[in-house]
Write a protein that binds this ligand. Structure first.
Ligand SMILES: [Zn+2]
Length: 311
């Protein structure tokens, strides 16, 4: 069995899910100090069973995605803080639907019925929330540079949008530890398929993490990276380059008019080979964002509602 609580310093610990830290799970941070605090709530009930969750006074969220917030109900006595840019997604189900990106489903997926597909997705027993919108009562809103004094530990919230508009990383400057959330060094590259995801913002946010050059990098979905054994800056550059390379290859492919579906089926877009309709959807959402970006950069034109071509 995986060790679920890993000490990074006297007060700062990583909580790993008992299963792989992939959707619907994610790593979280536990700060065992005067103000017992957690960052994110997606590690699952089995992982939090090793923790006195009733004692947690503060829950800081990286962003409002299901795999980071599904365990909020475990933290009964915690004040919950989240990024100000996503405040509405915690109280307005219509806004939340737009935020997820699913309003674009009919345009990109045609007649495939999303609700029917969702019905058959079974979540593990220690994930307490249902997928989709859940109302969360927030005690406070986080903005860039906010500092939380937790006793001997001090953590700074860093606005790192792109993956989602109110995505925050958390920096323990004294210890050189950075929790970068879904700037996650996934082997397939970053994800920015949401309704309010923004690739240009993500480029800036990844650079922000590179410039911090943390001693230890904890992400939501992978192992712990340590500068003693990992070139963290190089890993981050490679990570964002995966997307930039796909964009460059897409541009090359647009020598003739092509649709988003055609681009999505090319080998250089390898993150979905028609796995599930959801994978297909997110890939198309990301290609759509690159098309809009390339149009803005004057490199691509849209021919009609479906076709794009290089200028
Ligand atoms: Zn996310």
């Amino acid at each position: 069995m995986l060790q679920m609580i890993i000490d990074l310093s006297k007060h700062i610990k990583v909580i790993r899910p008992e299963a792989k830290s992939m959707f619907p799970y994610s790593n979280s941070i536990y700060i065992e100090d005067k103000v017992p605090t957690c960052i994110d709530a997606g590690s699952g009930g089995r992982a939090y069973a090793d923790l006195d969750v009733n004692n947690i006074e503060l829950l800081l969220l990286s962003h409002n995605h299901f795999d980071h917030v599904n365990g909020i109900s475990f933290f009964k006595n915690a004040r919950i803080w989240a990024g100000q840019e996503e405040e509405r997604s915690y109280r307005d189900s219509d806004f939340h639907l737009m935020f997820t990106g699913y309003l674009e489903w009919p345009r990109l997926m045609g007649d495939i019925n999303r609700e029917n597909l969702s019905k058959y997705i079974v979540l593990p027993a220690d994930v307490p929330a249902k997928r989709g919108y859940q109302e969360v009562k927030l005690s406070g809103l986080i903005k860039d540079g906010d500092i939380f004094e937790l006793g001997e530990t001090r953590v700074t919230a860093l606005h790192t949008p792109g993956h989602s508009p109110g995505h925050y990383a958390y920096y323990f400057e004294k210890e050189g530890i950075l929790f970068s959330g879904d700037i996650d060094l996934a082997p397939g590259g970053p994800w920015y398929g949401g309704g309010l995801s923004d690739f240009d913002a993500l480029l800036i946010s990844v650079q922000k993490v590179i410039d911090i050059n943390p001693r230890i990098l904890v992400t939501s979905h992978r192992r712990i990276f340590d500068c003693k054994t990992d070139n963290i800056q190089e890993l981050l550059r490679k990570y964002i380059n995966i997307s930039l390379q796909k964009e460059a290859q897409s541009l090359k492919y647009l020598s003739e008019p092509r649709t988003i579906d055609e681009i999505a089926n090319q080998d250089f877009i390898n993150d979905f080979k028609q796995k599930t309709p959801f994978d297909s959807f997110w890939t198309k959402m990301m290609i759509d964002k690159h098309m809009k970006r390339l149009i803005r950069l004057g490199q691509v034109k849209q021919i009609d509602s479906k076709y794009y071509q290089r200028i």
